[in-house]
Design a protein around this ligand. Structure first.
Ligand code: CAA
Ligand code: NAD
Length: 306
C-alpha cells in the first residue's frame, strides 16, 4: 500500500506543470497524488471557496497518508503534509493555470457542454505539445474533444481515476481513434510515475470498470426492488461471498446516487450502442432517492444513513 504514496524515481513523463481543473472529490485527489510524486501542480476551481474546500480534502487525506509513512513522528508528518501542499498552487483562472502545463486533467462537473466549452478555452491557452485529458466517468472522450483542432485531438485522452484517488491504484488511459500512440505512451508513463497502474482502453461507454460496475450496481438495486433480500444482506453477501471491499449499496452511496443516475440515464437515452439497453433502464428506487436529495454519503443519506 505504501508504495502508492511514495515518490517514484521514474523519469518525468511530462515536462511542465500539471494543471487540474475542478477541485472537488476527484480533482483534489488527482492534484494531491501528482504533488506527492513531486510534480508542481495548479488546481483550478470556480471560486476561492471551492479551492479552499479542495485544499481541505487534500490536507485531510494527506494526514492519513503521513500517519502511515511516519508513524509516531508528528513533526515529520507535518513536514510531509506542508511539503506536498506547498507544491499545489490554487487558481480561479484556467487560462493562466495551463499556460506552462505539460498535462491538463479536467475533473469538473459531468456535463458535456461545460466540458466542451472549458476545453475550447484550455486549448487556446495551453502549450502546443501539452496532453489534454478528461477524468469523465461516462461521456465519450471524442465528443468532449469535438470542438478542438485535429492537432489537439492527437494529444487528447481520457485519464480516468477512481474514488478515493489516493487509495485506488488504477487509472484507465482512454484512447480515441484520433489520438497519437506517443500521447498514449506519455500518459502511461505519467500514470506509472505517480505510483498508479494504467489500463489502456478504447473510447466506449464506461471504458472497462464502469461498463462492468454499473450493470452490477443496477442489478443489485433491482434485487432490492424485487424484495429478494435487504440492502444489508446483499452487501454482506457480496463482501463475504465475492470478496468485494464494499457491497454494492455501500459503493452506490460512496460514488453518489446522482452520479449513478446520471451515468445510466445518459447511456440508456443516448449512449453509443447502449440506447434502450435493459441493463441501464431507469430504476424507480434510484429515481425516488435522487428526487428526495438522498444522494449517499455526501448528503448523509442514500441507501443507508450516515
Ligand atoms: N486518502 C488517503 N488514504 C485513504 C483514503 C483517502 N481518501 N481513503 C482510504 N484510505 C486508506 C486508509 O488510510 C487505509 O490505509 P491502510 O490500509 O494503509 O491503513 C486504507 O485506505 C483503507 O481504509 P479504511 O480502513 O478507512 O477503510 P476500508 O478498508 O473500507 O477501505 C476503501 C476504504 C479503500 C474506500 C475500500 O472500501 C474500497 O476499496 N472500496 C471500493 C472503492 C471503489 O470501488 N471505488 C471505485 C468507485 S467507481 C469510480 O470511482 C469510477 C467512477 O467513475 C464513478
Ligand atoms: P465534484 O462535484 O466533487 O467536483 C467538481 C468540481 O468542479 C467542483 O468543485 C466544481 O466547483 C468544479 N467546477 C465545475 N465547473 C467548473 C469549471 N467550469 N471550471 C473549474 N471548476 C469547475 O465532482 P467529482 O466527483 O470530483 O467529479 C468530477 C469528474 O470526475 C466528473 O466528470 C465525474 O464523472 C468524474 N469521476 C467521478 C468519480 C466519483 O466517484 N465521484 C469517479 C471517477 C470520475
Amino acid at each position: 500500500q505504501r508504495a502508492a504514496f511514495s515518490s517514484s524515481g521514474a523519469a518525468r513523463a511530462v515536462s511542465g506543470r500539471i494543471a487540474v481543473i475542478g477541485g472537488g472529490q476527484m480533482g483534489s485527489g488527482i492534484a494531491q497524488v501528482a504533488a506527492t510524486h513531486k510534480h508542481d501542480v495548479t488546481l483550478v476551481d470556480v471560486s476561492q471557496e471551492a479551492l479552499e474546500r479542495g485544499r481541505g480534502y487534500m490536507a485531510k487525506s494527506l494526514k492519513r497518508v503521513a500517519k502511515k509513512q511516519f508513524p509516531e513522528d508528528a513533526q515529520a508528518q507535518g513536514r510531509f503534509v506542508d511539503e506536498v501542499l506547498g507544491r499545489v498552487s490554487l487558481s480561479t483562472s484556467p487560462a493562466a493555470a495551463v499556460g506552462d502545463a505539460g498535462l491538463v486533467i479536467e475533473a469538473v462537473v459531468e456535463n458535456i457542454k461545460v466540458k466542451q466549452e472549458l476545453f475550447a478555452g484550455l486549448a487556446a491557452a495551453a502549450p502546443e505539445g501539452a496532453i489534454l485529458a478528461s477524468n469523465t466517468s461516462s461521456l465519450p472522450i471524442a465528443r468532449i474533444a469535438e470542438p478542438l483542432s485535429a492537432e489537439r485531438k492527437r494529444r487528447f485522452l481520457g485519464l480516468h481515476f477512481f474514488n478515493p484517488v489516493p487509495q485506488m491504484k488504477l487509472v484507465e488511459v482512454v484512447r480515441t481513434d484520433a489520438a497519437d500512440q506517443q500521447a498514449v505512451d506519455d500518459a502511461v508513463a505519467f500514470v506509472k510515475g505517480i505510483g498508479k497502474v494504467p489500463a489502456v482502453c478504447k473510447d466506449t461507454p464506461g471504458f472497462i470498470v464502469n461498463r462492468l460496475l454499473l450493470p452490477y450496481m443496477m442489478e443489485a438495486i433491482r434485487l432490492l426492488e424485487r424484495d429478494v433480500a435487504s440492502a444489508q444482506d446483499i452487501d454482506t453477501a457480496m463482501k463475504l461471498g465475492a470478496g468485494y471491499p464494499m457491497g454494492p449499496f455501500q459503493l452506490c452511496d460512496y460514488v453518489g446516487l446522482d452520479t449513478i443516475k446520471f451515468i445510466v440515464d445518459g447511456w440508456h437515452k443516448e449512449g453509443q450502442g447502449l440506447v434502450g439497453d435493459k441493463l441501464f433502464a431507469p430504476s424507480a428506487k434510484l429515481d425516488e432517492l435522487v428526487a428526495k436529495g438522498h444522494l449517499g454519503v455526501k448528503t448523509g443519506k442514500g441507501f443507508y444513513e450516515y
